[in-house]
Write a protein that binds this ligand. Structure first.
Ligand code: TXA
Ligand code: MG
Length: 331
């Protein structure tokens, strides 16, 4: 049976005990919920892959609650990486470095590197500290589904499949962490997130990893389907709000659909085929609510979701990355 725990001192203590004894716990972070287990135990980590039905070649992020712990889990930490850790940790930033052998080979998917993250969420920090071990955790969603950003999402996917869910409320950012390759020079941005390219590049040289269609995936996770609702996602493009609005109006005449767009683009949109209409006020607002919107649409049996593009700078880079991966049609 899966326990539902509240993020009180007692709930955190019970969850930490489960982690220490090799169990799997869904827990909140400031990005998305994680599905955690002891990163040093092969058995514990294998349970995550089984519960999530995750391909075994996709490595996990290892979470710590103290910056000094990084040096015990990886070999060299280049000066530029150390600077980024000191600047952006705790926070939504994961950094790939050369792994020491005590980390489970299942967590690293057999690679010689590991992604480390020191989350800022208070409950996550208390949980990791109380467990006293590094916690391997992918996003808490069945493989291929949108990441869970509320405890009820984790419950829906994993009730009966894991030991406990620790409910710490809604995640602040709603998008997975920025992932950097700290073993390359310059450091490469493997997955954009809320710590933006611009924020990083203000301090150290950063290269955005571009992948040609036939290249080996840089971050194994990028080759697997991700962030997708069951509904077909249509991503509308256009360099002006009015143009995108016109395209959306045309689509809504054709499809029974849900629309999620910037308030300036979708306000007052009227057509009887729109079964669900939601507006966001800012990119932060979109990030926080995108996956919840996907999950709500799936629950309501909606067949088409219409989104529109946003400028690919700042947080927009991460948002476009997720929306493009979710999209079946870009028009
Ligand atoms: O915000 C987040 O990052 C959340 C929370 C729970 O921390 N976790 C998360 O994990 O999104 P996951 O497993 O859904 O995504 C981890 C990404 C994958 O794309 C994976 O391939 C990549 O990080 N990754 C992990 N270890 C890696 C490594 N050694 N080298 C390259 N990429 C790696
Ligand atoms: Mg994930």
């Amino acid at each position: 049976m899966t326990k539902l725990l509240q993020a009180t001192a007692e709930g955190i203590k019970v969850a930490a005990e489960i982690l220490r004894s090799g169990g799997v716990v869904g827990f909140p972070t400031e990005t998305v919920y994680g599905l955690g287990a002891n990163a040093l135990s092969d058995d514990a980590v294998q349970k995550i892959f089984a519960a999530k039905q995750r391909p075994t070649d996709n490595p996990l992020i290892v979470h710590i609650a103290n910056i000094n712990e990084a040096a015990t889990l990886v070999y060299e930490i280049p000066e530029t990486v150390e600077f980024l850790m000191k600047t952006f940790w705790p926070g939504p930033l994961s950094i790939v470095l050369r792994a020491r052998p005590q980390i489970s080979k299942y967590a690293t998917a057999g690679l010689d590197t590991v992604a480390l993250r020191f989350p800022a969420h208070d409950v996550a920090q208390q949980l990791i500290t109380a467990a006293g071990i590094p916690i391997a955790a992918p996003s808490a969603n069945l493989s291929g589904k949108p990441s869970g950003t509320l405890a009820k999402h984790v419950w829906r996917d994993f009730d009966g499949r894991i030991d406990a869910v620790l409910d710490g409320g809604a995640c602040e950012f709603g998008l997975e962490s920025t992932v950097l390759d700290g073993t390359s020079n310059p450091i490469r941005l493997l997955r954009p997130g809320s710590i933006t390219y611009e924020m990083l590049a203000a301090h150290v040289p950063i290269e955005i990893a571009e992948r040609k269609p036939n290249d080996r995936p840089l971050s194994p996770g990028t080759k697997h389907p991700h962030y997708k609702p069951k509904a077909e996602v249509i991503l509308v493009t256009g360099d002006k709000f009015t143009l995108m609005r016109e395209k959306i109006v045309a689509l809504t005449r054709q499809y029974d659909c849900a629309v999620f767009g910037l308030i300036e683009v979708v306000s007052g949109l009227q057509t009887n085929k729109v079964t669900k209409l939601a507006a966001y006020q800012s990119l932060e607002d979109l990030g926080e609510n995108l996956y919840s919107f996907f999950r709500e649409c799936d629950e309501e049996g909606i067949k088409y979701i219409i989104l529109h593009e946003v400028p690919q700078s700042g947080l927009g880079l991460a948002l476009m990355n997720r929306m493009q991966k979710a999209a079946n049609i870009i028009c």
